[in-house]
Each structure stands twice: as C-alpha cells, then as structure tokens.
Design a protein around this ligand. Structure first.
Ligand SMILES: CC[C@@H](C(=O)O)C(=O)SCCNC(=O)CCNC(=O)[C@H](O)C(C)(C)COP(=O)(O)OP(=O)(O)OC[C@H]1O[C@@H](n2cnc3c(N)ncnc32)[C@H](O)[C@@H]1OP(=O)(O)O
Ligand SMILES: [Co+2]
Length: 134
C-alpha cells in the first residue's frame, strides 16, 4: 500500500540555524520557509536526490510539535512520510487493522497541496507516520 518515502521531518528549535546548516555546511538545496497555520508549523523543504527533508518549527501555542520539542530540546526526527495512491482507501484499510488515525480522521491538505493523514506513533514502533496522497 505504501509507496515512496516522500520526506523525513526534523523538528528544530532554531529554524534559521537549521536552514544555514543544511545550506552552508551540508551544501543542500534549501527552499523558503512556508507557514502552515492549519498544521501549526512553519516548514522548510530540503531537496535531496532521492527524497526530501522537512524542517519543522512550531507556529503558535497549540503547535503539535511543542510537546516534542519540550521533550527533545535539541530537536530530532519527528515523522516520516510515505506516499499512497488513495488516502481514503489507505485510511480505511488501516482502521480495519486497528491503527489509530490522528485528529478528526479526515485528511487535511498538507504542505504540497495534497491530502495527508497521521498515524499514531505508538501503533508503528514509536514512529509518527504521515501518509500523503500523490
Ligand atoms: C506541514 C503539513 C504536514 C506536511 O505536509 O508535511 C506536516 O508534516 S505537519 C507536522 C506536524 N503535525 C503533526 O505532527 C500532526 C500529528 N501529530 C499529533 O497529532 C501529535 O503531535 C501526536 C503525535 C499525537 C503527539 O501529541 P503530543 O501531545 O505531543 O504528545 P503525547 O503526549 O500525546 O504523545 C503520546 C506518546 O507519543 C509519543 N510521541 C509524540 N510525538 C512523537 C513523535 N513525533 N514520534 C514518536 N513518538 C512521539 C510521546 O512521547 C508519548 O509517548 P510516551 O511518553 O511514551 O507516552
Ligand atoms: Co510532514
């Protein structure tokens, strides 16, 4: 059901410092910051030859990454995103397998303008999974 790895997201405590590090130290192709108020984050995408890195920084007091950064003040890998062809079929299959879909259970539009859903990390080996319909 899952396809390509779309991105690996890293929550960071200092977005400007992380951008400078990926651009100047690692020599990566770094995009512009994008506010995503529906998701409570500001994101910066880094294009790699085979996938993307999504730098995540909290946007607002209710950001879903505030708790993660409180527990991991230096930042850390926050989620991985797999592509799926049909997100509603994927969701319904996962529900039959007992997986928990986070939030309302309905897809939201993600940073690439495509529907996304999140799966509870406790159901997937301690890893928060995002599904993105391609
Ligand atoms: C920009 C849009 C989009 C895109 O297009 O790419 C994005 O990527 S948006 C990214 C941010 N959005 C989300 O993360 C939405 C989904 N997340 C959530 O609903 C919550 O963050 C959460 C996963 C339910 C966690 O909520 P929180 O309140 O922070 O923590 P809890 O106390 O409820 O956590 C329970 C349990 O899970 C552990 N945990 C939390 N976050 C992670 C994580 N990222 N990876 C692994 N494990 C995680 C947490 O430590 C708790 O464990 P215990 O302490 O053992 O109970
Ligand atoms: Co993401």
């Amino acid at each position: 059901m899952i396809g390509r790895l779309n991105h690996v997201a890293i929550a960071v405590p200092d977005l400007d410092a992380a951008v400078a590090q990926y651009r100047d130290t690692l020599g990566a192709s770094v995009g512009a910051p994008q506010d995503e108020p529906d998701h409570g984050v500001t994101v910066v995408f880094i294009e790699l030859p085979n996938t993307k890195i999504e730098l995540l920084f909290p946007l607002g007091e209710d950001s879903p990454i505030n708790g993660f950064l409180a527990k991991n003040p230096s930042g850390g890998i926050h989620h991985i995103c797999y592509e799926v062809d049909d997100i509603l079929t994927a969701r319904d299959h996962l529900l039959t397998k007992g997986a928990r879909i986070l939030g309302t259970g309905e897809p939201k539009i993600g940073a690439h303008g495509k529907p996304v859903l999140f799966l509870h990390p406790k159901d997937f080996n301690g890893t928060l999974i995002e599904l993105e319909q391609i």
